[in-house]
Design a protein around this ligand. Structure first.
Ligand SMILES: [Zn+2]
Length: 351
């Protein structure tokens, strides 16, 4: 098999689930678990390469199709099995999407059978649906890995972590949250960020904020599972610019156009590591050039946001088949995908 090369700077993964827990105390515990888990992921990513040099005997081509029951499955998948994945093995699949070859290796050597096979199939499908979209817009800029490892690990604490080319999701988290597939979307963003450094971000929390923003926009199956399970916090839950994920979504919607994508430009600034925290007010002024917010400060734009209905609409879907109030009123997810620079650029390449 092809040998994967580990990037020099292992991407620091951060936290999932902060947005859904308003209680600081709970969120803090999650943060600590995540940091520990991320360190473990990074160490294991290094060890794993040595293991792969020796033994490929447990590596299986992952060619199983998507069964009908899996397609129709909408709710708790705990009682359904696809009779495909076996504990102790690794499964590799490959797909070419929009001209790029991606692969996903699902490592089940630490699987405790808490996640169902159906959940694993969903995660595989999510990878090929969500990651290429984020890759086209952001990941190509950072040369993020195209060959990704997903480890399902049986452990008592934590949710998920990411480093290098590897995402680890805690087996029992998948058991406790059967439809939290987009935990993987979030972690994949950390691979795409490829080592953002807090010194060159406006706020330390920006890595997480950006991962959650992407989770919302690029959520699996247009957010079918995400929106029923995870809520994009409103202005009451996140009432500062530092914490607000929804502000990023709004900003993207307000500024995306065929010739301007300031979220993509923001991403480049974070990656380039030239703009230190103290210089971000100026960076935002530059970002706003050529948009409706030209001449305004980031805090003035934030004030505009705080007065909008967008900041207040409910983002949680009542059930799998009903869109959230936010999407019914704004269709923001589709709007951004249609108008952001990457999509138009991709379309122009295909013509
Ligand atoms: Zn994170």
């Amino acid at each position: 098999m092809k040998l994967r090369v580990l990037p020099v700077g292992l991407a620091l993964s951060l936290i999932v689930g902060m947005a859904m827990t308003p209680e600081q105390k709970v969120a803090k515990t999650v943060v600590d678990d995540e940091v520990k888990l991320t360190e473990a992921v990074q160490q294991e990513a290094v060890q794993q390469e040595a293991v792969e040099l020796e033994a490929d005997a447990d590596l299986v081509e992952d060619t199983v199709g998507v069964s009908e029951s899996y397609e129709e499955d909408e709710e708790d998948t705990s009682n359904q099995t696809a009779a495909h994945y076996e504990k102790g093995k690794r499964y590799i699949s490959h797909r070419t999407i929009d001209g790029r070859e991606y692969s996903l290796l699902i490592d089940l050597r630490k699987w405790g059978n808490h996640a169902t096979e159906n959940q694993l199939l969903h995660l595989r499908e999510l990878f090929y649906e969500v990651y290429p979209q984020m890759y086209d817009r952001f990941g190509a800029y950072t040369n993020a890995p195209l060959d990704v490892v997903l480890v399902i690990e049986d452990r008592d604490e934590g949710v998920a972590g990411a480093g290098g080319d590897t995402v680890t999701i805690v087996d029992k988290h998948l058991e406790n949250s059967r439809n939290d597939f987009d935990v993987l979307s979030h972690e994949l963003v950390h691979l795409i960020q490829n080592g953002w450094n807090g010194k060159y971000l406006e706020y330390d929390y920006d890595s997480e904020k950006f991962a959650e923003y992407c989770r919302y926009i690029y959520a699996y199956k247009d957010g079918k599972y995400n929106d029923e399970h995870w809520e994009l916090p409103d202005i009451n839950a996140q009432n500062t610019r530092e914490k607000s994920i929804r502000f990023f979504v709004w900003l993207d919607m307000e500024t995306s156009s065929s010739n301007r994508d300031i979220i993509r430009d923001y991403f480049e600034i974070c990656c380039d590591k030239k703009t230190e925290t103290a210089n971000w007010n100026k960076a935002w002024k530059n970002l706003f050039k050529g948009t409706k917010f030209e001449g305004k400060t980031i805090d003035e734009v934030w004030n505009t946001y705080t007065k909008t209905d967008f900041a207040r609409y409910a983002a949680k879907a009542p059930d799998f088949n009903t869109k959230s109030e936010l999407l019914q009123k704004t269709d923001v997810r589709n709007y951004i995908k249609k108008h952001s620079f990457s999509q138009n650029y991709e379309d122009s390449l295909k013509k």
